[in-house]
Design a protein around this ligand. Structure first.
Ligand SMILES: *Cc1c(COP(=O)(O)O)cnc(C)c1O
Length: 225
């Protein structure tokens, strides 16, 4: 057996255990594959991993071409510049980092109808870190309304990258605040079903606090260089 087989299986098993303990329902694994060659993605795809997250548009498009024979779901998770809206609208299944209203109209207009609506998460700067992407919690409602009105976008939920804390209880509060915002959003928009939070070092804490999707890179692929 290839060593990466056990890595994926181990992570999936840990996610399952954490999800069962948390009791919020199943948790999806997004394999974060920025900087990894297409061959690494294919290895995981061959073992059944379907969702991949990419941060850089050009890098992602080149891997998509190499993996065109697969049926993978591509999530854009990096900061999105306006001039990349066309590429994301045309080539991704999900956008997890929508954080300002300016992006909404072009994304919807440039989405090919043959692909169906683009799934969208609003990224929240939950720890109000200066210079970091993500909207303020107070802006969620307005963005949600605009996304819902855009014909080729489908609002699916929220994403966050909390500030790293040495102290697990502090980390926990950020995840807990996100879960609250997610539940508030879902009251107004029942189809909302995705709360993307938790990475290699904190995914089990995130799941305990109600993540429905975790984004894992390093622990699946090894350290990035
Ligand atoms: C890189 C990245 C991850 C994965 O981080 P790891 O610590 O390698 O698991 C998750 N989410 C986003 C938005 C990222 O950019």
């Amino acid at each position: 057996m290839n060593p990466s087989d056990t890595v994926l299986a181990t992570i999936c098993a840990r996610i399952k255990v954490a999800a069962k303990q948390a009791g919020y329902g199943p948790v999806k694994l997004l394999a974060v594959s920025k900087t990894r060659p297409a061959a690494n993605l294919r290895q995981l795809a061959d073992q059944g991993q379907q969702h991949f997250g990419e941060n850089y548009v050009q890098e992602a498009l080149s891997k998509q071409r190499e993996l065109a024979d697969t049926d993978l779901q591509w999530h854009f998770i990096g900061p999105l510049q306006s001039n990349k809206c066309r590429d994301v609208a045309q080539h991704f299944d999900w956008l997890e980092s929508l954080d300002r209203h300016k992006l909404i109209e072009p994304l919807s207009r440039l989405r090919p109808s043959s692909r169906g609506p683009l799934n969208v998460l609003i990224e929240v700067n939950i720890d109000a870190e200066p210079g970091k992407s993500g909207c303020a919690p107070e802006q969620i409602a307005v963005l949600a309304e605009l996304i819902t009105k855009a014909p080729m976008l489908r609002l699916r939920g929220l994403m966050a990258i909390p500030a790293p804390h040495e102290d697990p209880p502090l980390q926990q509060t950020a995840f807990r605040r996100m879960r609250k915002l997610f539940e508030q959003l879902r009251e107004g928009y029942p189809p909302v079903d995705t709360l993307s939070m938790g990475m290699s070092d904190d995914f089990e804490t995130a799941i305990a606090e109600g993540a429905t999707e975790v984004r894992i890179g390093t622990r699946l692929f090894g350290p990035r260089h």
